[in-house]
Design a protein around this ligand. Sequence first.
Ligand SMILES: Cc1ncc(COP(=O)(O)O)c(C=O)c1O
Length: 391
Amino acid sequence: MPRSTQGLMDDIQLVDLVGQYRAIQKEILSALEAVLDSGQFIRGPVVEAFEQELAAFLGCRFALGVGNGTDALQLAYMALGLQAGDEVIVPAFTFVATAEAAALLGIRPVFADIDPYTFTLDPASVEARITPKTRALVPVHLFGQAADLAPLLELAQRHHLRVIEDNAQAIGACYQNQKTGTFGDMGCLSFFPSKNLGAYGDGGAVVTHDPELHHRVFMLANHGARRKYYHECIGINSRLDALQAAILRVKLRHLEAYTRARQAAADRYDALLADCPGLTLPYRAPERTHVFHQYTIRIHPEVPGGRDGLQRYLQAQGIPTAVYYPVPLHQLPAFSSWGPYDSLPQAEKAAREVLSLPMHTELTAAQQMRIAEAIRTYLETALRTGQPPVA
Ligand SMILES: Cc1ncc(COP(=O)(O)O)c(C=O)c1O
């Protein structure tokens, strides 16, 4: 093998979409060819077949393909009839879209704090923020692990609130043996390419057990019309296209194997990093299946150079990492006009300490050993000498 190729194969990537594609290339190309030959690019039988397969996989009655995960959230807020002046409670530690889709409709995002172990909504913090204007709770199943749904659903029932699950990062995860996204009134999914079920472009879905909500989302995603040119309300244009649906149908068949590969990689990280000083490994809550969209560690504040020092050190060794998320949403300028917001200590602490390591279906044990070795060297040296080591 030429040297240059060997070097490339050893490259560690945060996400390896090309490697994953190569392994299923034939299936993907023939699925794409069938769509190209059909001439049916928007909705049609391939999109409908994917919707049925997705609903069956999750164990819910309906799934509707939409343009992306952000639209899925917006459509869910719209379908529930949430309006300007209403409030929704969302975690402060999530991707911006969870709150942005509400704010765009004039709905006030009220930020709640997170549980420090799972990084998901803290039910006590949610309860403290319920007001007469609160209409819905939005648990986010962050990094591939379910939020603590039982107390959140109980709170919602007691206060007559709707529940929208942001399941963008956790397709296939379970809470008490039921798939996430199927507990609330609606579940929202993203098929952004790097997601556990990723398209080769944008895509998303709204899932529900409720036929009326399913119809409403369909109508709202199609310019407010159930029947073409008979517009009943103001909607948007947000559709999953047939080429993406064809790719997703192929990848859905591999999703359980992909999930097992992620879980195996997470187990290897756990073993390799088990006795490493100065860090906390991902917590796996009982009765929840973690699908490891991310493998996110915390770097303790007493480590010289801290999280950012470790990230720079790894980068210099050719090991990419990412910080999801460096600023909690209640501190973002984008939401300043919706405040003032309380300080949320756990979300703020997580934003300072988290680091997501390379995690994808093609990650090898040898690459993980290299990553773990570099992390261990940094942490042991920094803690022993009191100085961040130079790469
Ligand atoms: C938690 C969360 N919610 C919503 C979204 C939005 O999804 P999309 O990028 O498909 O709009 C994402 C993904 O980027 C996400 O991670």
